[in-house]
Structure formats: structure tokens, C-alpha cells
Design a protein around this ligand. Structure first.
Ligand SMILES: NC(=O)c1ccc[n+]([C@@H]2O[C@H](COP(=O)([O-])OP(=O)(O)OC[C@H]3O[C@@H](n4cnc5c(N)ncnc54)[C@H](OP(=O)(O)O)[C@@H]3O)[C@@H](O)[C@H]2O)c1
Length: 313
């Protein structure tokens, strides 16, 4: 079991989850180093170290860990665009399989702990409420490579903490997340298509980060689902968010993901059961409404963000 304290190295520190994780870890009093490739973390001044590295290069992970000497690596890096993964399966493999494998191997060499984030998309989505014991059946390149990445990390470092999840939150510049896109659309009075056939169980990214640190402190490892205690269709989610923002929920028009014309196939119901994590933590996970309320509170505190690009709803 790894020691809970010590320096954290967040890989992908300028990404969506990496930015949130870094902020929450610093707020919790942790010393945090951040590794980025093309997007420098917004809060660089608050980090103990900021390292620019291309983790797709062979031996880059080993050199990074020997340099930074972290007690823990939190891997938020990956190739996360589902359609881009379909178009470029080699890069998907490099970033979603070989990158976590190299980080896990380097962690094993220097005695560091590893947290690796994976996705609810590893399932085929025919049923929903999936537990860690359910057999994954990925439908697209993103999901297949994420599943392979989980296995590669655990093979190289058996006490890796692998977290399958889905999250919403305030997204950094150049990476508009679902909630920011919906909120921007509501606030400018634009109509929005919401998928009625697509069900998920997202947590607020800040809650996900805090819960992950709690699990690290408890010395938990292996595979866990961190998800909301209930689930929602993306259509219902969009309406919930509109209402919580005080906007017109009727701007959301029902639509179907199956006819949306995406490059890659999407699983329909990817809701995860967080019961294993709830037992280990001794508490219930937040609900989808809690995640929405948390997001709206953060957005009101920050002010509206620019709408950069459409996200999937
Ligand atoms: N977003 C979701 O709703 C969601 C849902 C389920 C699971 N997840 C999982 O959660 C994790 C984080 O997702 P996210 O949405 O935060 O992703 P993201 O915003 O797309 O960030 C991905 C990160 O990977 C880094 N990266 C890419 N190529 C790299 C390279 N060659 N070397 C070093 N770093 C590289 C990027 O760095 P630069 O920006 O500096 O290039 C970026 O910080 C991923 O494992 C994803 O599969 C996300």
C-alpha cells in the first residue's frame, strides 16, 4: 500500500479533469507538480513544478518521474475525443494504452502510487447501472483503448487505483465540456438537442477529485466506479441544468444519439453503479441533481465562459 501523503504529479494538468484535480489537490494542502503537453495549466503559479513533456515518446514517463520524484502520479492524460480516436486508432493506442502503461511501469520503478482515470464507455450501454464485475464490451476505438489502458496499467503496477467515471464541471479554455456548452447555449437563448436515448451518471469533477483523494488516503486500489448514485438521460440532464440556471428548459429539443451522425458508435446507457466505492467510503455518492447544483454554484462564482465548440448533449 502506498503512503497517502507526498508530492502529487498530475499528468494532463492543463486538461479538463487535470485542471480541476490540480485545484482541488492544492486546496487540500497537497504539493502538486503538473505535466502538460500543449496546454499549460491555468494555475501554473500555484504548482510546485510545471513540466512540458510529450508522454507519447518512449522513455518520457520514466525520465519525468526520475526528475519530479512524486509519491503519486494522477493520470488525467489521454486521447479523449471519441470521434478523433476512431479516425486515428494508432494515436488512440499510443495515448490511451501505451501512455498509462509507461506511467505504471515508471511508478513501479520509483515506488510511486498511480491513479488512472478510465471511462464509463467501456460498456456496450445496453443495460446501464454497471458494476466492476460486469463484462466490458466496448463499441468504439476510444472505449477499446481505454479498457486496454486500464489492464495495461494494472499489469505493470497491480496496486494502481483505476477509476471509471463520467463527470461535468467548469472546463478550461480550449476544452468546452458538456455543462459549459449547455449553459452557454441556455444563456444566449439557443435551442439545444438533448439525447433522450443516452443515459449517464456524472459526478461534479471537483467531487470526483476530492473523492479520489479520499480513496488514495484510505489506500484503496484496483478498479472502482465513481459515478452519481442515480442516472439521467442527456435530455433530462439538459433540462435540469437549464432550470437550475434559471433559464428556459424548453429550449431543449428531444433528439436521438443513434441518428446524430457521429463517426464512432456510442453506447446508450453507460450509467455506472458506484456501490463498491460507496461501501469502501461508507457513504452515498452524490446524485445527478447534486452535480448540477454544484456546477451552477461554481459557474455563478466564476461568471459565464465563452462557447468554444459544441459538445455532445
Ligand atoms: N470528460 C469526460 O466527460 C470524461 C468521461 C469519462 C472519462 N474521462 C476520462 O478522464 C480523463 C481526463 O479526461 P479530460 O476530459 O480531462 O481530457 P482532456 O481535457 O482531453 O485532457 C487530456 C489531457 O491529455 C494530455 N495529453 C494528450 N496528449 C499528450 C501527450 N502526448 N503527452 C502528454 N499529455 C498529453 C493533454 O495535454 P495538453 O492539453 O497539454 O496537450 C490534456 O491535458 C481521461 O482519461 C478520460 O478518458 C473523461
Amino acid at each position: 500500500m502506498k503512503k497517502p501523503g507526498g508530492r502529487l504529479l498530475v499528468a494532463g494538468a492543463g486538461g479538463f479533469l487535470g485542471t480541476t484535480f490540480t485545484r482541488e489537490a492544492i486546496a487540500a494542502g497537497r504539493t502538486v507538480a503538473g505535466a502538460f503537453y500543449t496546454r499549460q495549466p491555468a494555475d501554473s503559479r500555484t504548482l510546485a513544478r510545471v513540466v512540458n513533456v510529450d508522454l507519447s515518446r518512449p522513455a518520457a514517463a520514466r525520465a519525468l518521474l526520475r526528475d519530479v520524484k512524486p509519491a503519486w502520479v494522477v493520470n488525467c492524460a489521454g486521447f479523449t475525443s471519441v470521434d478523433d480516436c476512431e479516425r486515428d486508432p494508432e494515436r488512440a493506442r499510443l495515448l490511451n494504452v501505451e501512455l498509462p502503461q509507461a506511467l505504471a511501469t515508471a511508478c513501479a520503478e520509483v515506488g510511486a502510487g498511480l491513479v488512472h482515470f478510465s471511462t464509463d464507455s467501456v460498456f456496450d450501454g445496453n443495460r446501464g447501472n454497471y458494476t466492476e464485475d460486469d463484462a466490458p464490451s466496448p463499441l468504439n476505438v476510444y472505449a477499446r483503448t481505454k479498457l486496454e489502458g486500464e489492464r495495461a496499467a494494472i499489469d505493470a503496477l497491480p496496486d494502481t487505483l483505476v477509476i471509471r467515471t463520467n463527470f461535468i464541471g467548469l472546463s478550461p479554455a480550449r476544452r468546452t465540456g458538456l455543462a459549459d456548452w449547455l449553459a452557454g447555449s441556455f444563456e444566449s437563448g439557443q435551442r439545444i438537442s438533448g439525447f433522450t436515448d443516452c443515459v449517464f451518471a456524472p459526478l461534479l469533477a471537483n467531487d470526483l477529485a476530492r473523492t479520489t483523494m479520499e480513496m488514495m488516503t484510505l489506500g484503496l486500489y484496483g478498479l472502482y466506479h465513481l459515478a452519481a448514485s442515480d442516472s439521467s438521460s442527456k435530455y433530462e440532464f439538459a433540462r435540469l441544468l437549464g432550470a437550475a440556471l434559471g433559464c428556459d428548459s424548453d429550449l431543449v429539443t428531444p433528439a436521438c444519439v443513434t441518428t446524430a451522425g457521429f463517426v464512432a458508435s456510442r453506447p446508450l446507457n453507460t450509467s455506472l453503479s458506484p456501490s463498491r466505492a460507496e461501501s469502501a467510503l461508507g457513504r452515498r455518492m452524490a446524485s445527478v441533481s447534486d452535480a448540477v447544483a454544484g456546477y451552477v454554484a461554481l459557474r455563478k462564482a466564476r461568471g459565464p465562459a465563452a462557447i468554444n465548440q459544441p459538445a455532445e448533449a
